[in-house]
Design a protein around this ligand. Sequence first.
Ligand code: ATP
Ligand code: MG
Length: 158
Amino acid sequence: KDTDFIEFFNKIIDRFEMTKSQEVTFRRKLPRYPIYVTIDQDKLTQVIDNIISNALKYSPEGGLVSFKVEEHGDTIQISVSDQGMGIPKKSLERIFERFYRVDRARSRKMGGTGLGLAIAKELIGAHDGHIWAKSVEGTGTTIFFTLPADLSEEDDWV
Ligand code: ATP
Ligand code: MG
């Protein structure tokens, strides 16, 4: 029941790339070999959909959205970066709270309920991962999360 996370992630990114209406460029920095994880695919799809939707929602026309997967020992770190308006420092922790939205007026115009990242935090926690954000106002935002990777069959046995 193992999932190749790279293939799984690529398919989600492909779906957004085919349907996006904005002039936004996608850039992928993903390993070219499989990395196996044990995940609930529907739940992880919900998490990643929300992160990418947010990145697009807050991206300027002509912006770049970057996707990255890195291996850090026995965990993988996934990140999605945008060149949007960013999030003020004092709000960075709070965006993972239910119904929290940075700017009420602006958020209302953008649509949504403020639940996406709270659900993401819960689901990533249930997978023994962590999720956090880095952001610079006026420059952009990166959402990171980690997942435990399954031991590779390529590992040396002796
Ligand atoms: P929902 O996901 O329920 O449709 P939402 O997108 O407003 O609504 P979250 O995904 O939980 O809710 O995000 C919470 C808030 O964090 C957003 O309302 C927005 O203010 C801020 N935020 C999230 N991602 C970004 C981003 N990439 N750039 C700027 N602000 C962001
Ligand atoms: Mg959202």
